[in-house]
Design a protein around this ligand. Structure first.
Ligand SMILES: NC(=O)c1ccc[n+]([C@@H]2O[C@H](COP(=O)([O-])OP(=O)(O)OC[C@H]3O[C@@H](n4cnc5c(N)ncnc54)[C@H](OP(=O)(O)O)[C@@H]3O)[C@@H](O)[C@H]2O)c1
Length: 295
């Protein structure tokens, strides 16, 4: 099968491509940097360069400026939004132009879609609390839904915090543990809905294969933890001398607005629709996931 992947050079995209290549698929990657093709991977820097008679079986849309890439100035927040919306809008233009549209678009989103929540368990039906991430995800999802007009099935990937050994959020989250200090953020009571990257890749392929499935899917492991629970789980895999919170005012000083949006508030999300469809997580608990990562 032939996949088109935006953001295929990123943390999730590279793992997805590794798996697709192992399964003998071919991949076209949209990237901002010109790269040498490595058959069966082809790189394009513009979607306009793709001929109308190209057929993609599936499109995976992951491109976007990292939320943790810089302090959230007005300009950087603008880039976070426009990098996702503009890429998705151009992608929909391409799909409209293709002589045979892809069967499925699997498009990025995040559990930030739900906004800030307390202890409430959130399935895909969960209530929405307005905020920056919520607005971003809503607009990103709406843009992707444009593909349904041309008969392409759309699955929205509401990603939790993706964990693996060589990148992603865990690099920062594990920093204090490397120095023997366990830490949690603020009260430690905020929920952290995580997922192992291998399960994200498997869930994307599962959704691609299941032509009966569409709409939003929470891409989180079945057992979210609190920030303090995360610290405790990490201590099972990294020896620490002591543990302590990073107080809310300190984290606000360090990272600014991002602190309240991403770190001091959270969501307790469950993958209700994936599980109902029969998807089985290889690494369903944080202990098994961290065991795999730090094994
Ligand atoms: N990882 C997570 O924990 C997580 C959680 C929730 C949601 N998500 C979402 O899932 C998607 C993939 O996540 P990831 O962790 O793989 O992200 P990533 O490693 O940051 O990769 C994203 C890719 O987007 C492209 N990109 C970066 N800045 C861009 C810009 N200004 N304009 C257009 N493209 C840009 C880059 O590709 P090039 O440099 O090749 O152009 C990059 O490889 C992201 O959109 C992210 O928001 C991820």
């Amino acid at each position: 099968m032939h996949y088109l992947i935006t953001g295929g050079t990123g943390f999730i995209g590279t793992a997805l491509i590794d798996k697709l290549l192992r399964d003998d698929h071919s991949v076209t990657v949209l990237t901002r940097q010109a790269r040498q093709d490595q058959a069966p991977v082809k790189f394009v820097t513009s979607l306009d360069s793709i001929p109308a008679d190209t057929h993609f079986n599936a499109v995976v849309n992951l491109a976007g400026a990292s939320l943790a890439g810089a302090r959230w100035s007005a300009a950087y927040k603008g880039e976070i939004v426009s990098s996702r919306l503009a890429t998705t809008e151009r992608l929909i233009e391409l799909l409209r132009r293709l002589e045979s549209p892809p069967e499925v678009l699997l498009s990025g989103s995040a559990i930030g879609y739900y906004g800030h929540h307390g202890n409430e368990l959130l399935s895909e039906e969960g209530a929405v609390v307005p905020g920056f991430s919520q607005d971003l995800c809503k607009r990103w999802e709406e843009a992707a839904m444009g593909a349904s007009d041309i008969g392409t099935r759309v699955c929205l990937l509401r990603l939790g915090v993706v964990l693996d050994r060589d990148g992603g959020a865990l690099v920062e989250m594990a920093k204090s543990f490397q120095f023997g200090v366990g830490s949690w953020i603020g009260s430690g009571k905020q929920w952290l809905s995580w997922v192992h990257r291998r399960d994200v890749v498997a869930a994307i392929i599962f959704l691609q294969q299941r032509s009966d499935l569409s709409g939003p899917f929470n891409m989180t492991a079945p057992e979210p933890v609190t920030s303090r629970g995360f610290c405790k789980a990490m201590q099972g895999h990294k020896s620490t001398l002591f543990s302590a919170p990073v107080p809310a005012p300190v984290i606000r000083l360090l990272v600014g607005e991002m602190a309240d949006e991403l770190l001091l508030n959270g969501q307790r999300v469950v993958p209700a629709r994936l599980e109902a469809a029969g998807f089985r997580f290889a690494l369903p608990t944080l202990d098994t996931a961290l065991g795999d990562i730090y094994g």
